[in-house]
Design a protein. Sequence first.
Length: 121
Amino acid sequence: MVMAQRYELNYGWARIGPTQWSEDSVVTLQVDLHSHHRGDEVWEALTAWRDALPREGGVTHAGGCEIPDLLRLNDLHTTAWIVSQGEDAFDSIAHWAGKLHAVAEGADAEVEITWTELPHR
């Protein structure tokens, strides 16, 4: 629940209904970042941050999370995902979301970030 206290999450998918949680459930946080004037700087900072994280078998892993390839939708908008599973999934995601947030704000103090927790699978 720490994450819910620290970040405003977008729960628009709630129409799907409750999803049963188990130790095998995979939790995904989608992070949409929009910069009105410094999209290139945000993209470069996030890419450099992610590239510096450990990789195993072509997959970026960090502290119990997987951070898939970033997606640059246009010059101003980037989407990232943080994926985890197991007992500490939410704590791990919150930790790495905080780091991603700091990197993005370091590149653009006015970056707009939407946090969306996707349905568990």
